[in-house]
Design a protein around this ligand. Structure first.
Ligand SMILES: [Zn+2]
Ligand SMILES: [Zn+2]
Length: 349
């Protein structure tokens, strides 16, 4: 039996849709029938640069949810048809970080056979996906898998990043979100439900800014003209500037902007892997400002994010596409054309 899958081959080559074998779950493993696979900027990073030291080819897709399809020998506690989200970073499962459910910070990540589906081994842009352990599956309850898939990264990553700066987000503080695409549009909603701080959304795309305004941003600013954007935002924040700046892009212009917007005794959080740099000296950042480079989130936090979505307090603005459309959606994402999140759905009709 075969299935269609969106595959990474070698760094720099475009993604291809191929027929691959439907995997069999071995002992301890679970086969998941995919209900949705989110299309993420990190997929472009894998396509362009490879996935760390892992060789292709493999199926892309690290934002996955679906239904339990088959259980490998010895797996208990799940049954066929259970709707589940797939936790994306697969750590060793037994180090200090993994035991705390923070597998993205696994101490043994360099010696693992992969870092998750779509990151060194087959991911979810296909009809089925093999998950190595039931510990990586989080029950979805009433949430539809295709609506939930982006929660595993596009919501979990900003959730984790915001929580690390949450103590700074008092009701008189300001949070700045740079880049309001897939992750940023979730960050705006998460800030709304997690704190009382005022929210400034920054992007170079007016459609995404309008989207952010609808989702609860107090001020939206186009940063194409950076000096003007800095003036507008610091006019809004006052001399205190932002208590938390979240950069979901991470390229040089956004990092330069972030440094101008963050206040003293605050936090600059870089999530986007855009390749920009911040020179770290006593004088390049405001005094007392910490810099944070969080990676993804924990399994416990994924449960919290799913709970927020189950109760309707956050939602993914998703557009749905077939597996065959995967390469085109990736190209659209590269060109900045995707508002919200693109999600591949294997049986899309
Ligand atoms: Zn991602
Ligand atoms: Zn570990």
């Amino acid at each position: 039996m075969t299935m269609k899958a969106v595959r990474f081959t070698v760094p720099g080559a475009p993604p291809v849709v191929e027929e691959v074998a439907i995997p069999e779950p071995g002992p301890g493993q679970v086969l998941v029938r995919i209900g949705g696979a989110g299309v993420c900027h990190s997929d472009l990073h894998v396509l362009d640069h490879g996935a760390m030291h892992f060789q292709g080819p493999f199926t892309l897709g690290h934002e996955n949810a679906g239904w339990v399809a088959r259980l490998g020998a010895g797996v208990t506690g799940l049954k066929e048809g259970d709707p589940v989200a797939v936790f994306g970073f697969w750590g060793c499962g037994h180090c200090h970080a993994c035991l705390q459910s923070m597998e993205a910070y696994c101490e043994n990540w360099e010696s693992l056979p992969n870092n998750g589906g779509g990151i060194g081994t087959d991911g979810g842009m296909a009809e089925y996906m093999l998950v190595p352990s039931p510990r990586l599956l989080i029950p979805l309850g009433s949430l539809a898998p295709r609506e939930a898939a982006p929660l595993t990264d596009a919501a979990l990553t900003p959730y984790h990043a915001i929580k690390r700066g949450l103590h700074l987000l008092t009701p008189d503080a300001t949070a700045v979100v740079i880049g309001v695409g897939g992750l940023g549009h979730m960050a705006v909603q998460l800030l709304r439900v997690l704190c009382g701080a005022r929210i400034v959304a920054v992007d170079v795309d007016d459609r995404k800014l309008e989207h952010a305004r609808q989702l609860g941003a107090d001020l939206v600013v186009n940063s194409r003209n950076a000096p003007e954007a800095i003036e507008t935002i610091t006019g809004f924040t006052g001399r205190r500037k932002a208590a938390l700046v979240l950069d979901f892009v991470g390229i040089q212009p956004t990092l330069d902007l972030a440094v101008h917007l963050v206040g003293r005794n605050s936090q600059l959080t870089v999530v986007g892997v855009g390749g920009g740099t911040i020179p770290l000296t006593q004088w390049t950042l405001p005094f007392g400002c910490s810099v944070c480079t969080p990676l993804w989130g924990s399994r416990a936090e994924l449960m919290e994010v799913i709970a927020l979505a189950q109760s309707g307090r956050i939602h993914v603005d998703a557009s749905y596409f077939s597996i065959e459309q995967g390469p085109q959606v990736l190209q659209d994402l590269r060109e900045g054309k995707v508002v919200g999140r693109g999600v591949l759905v294997p049986d899309l009709v």
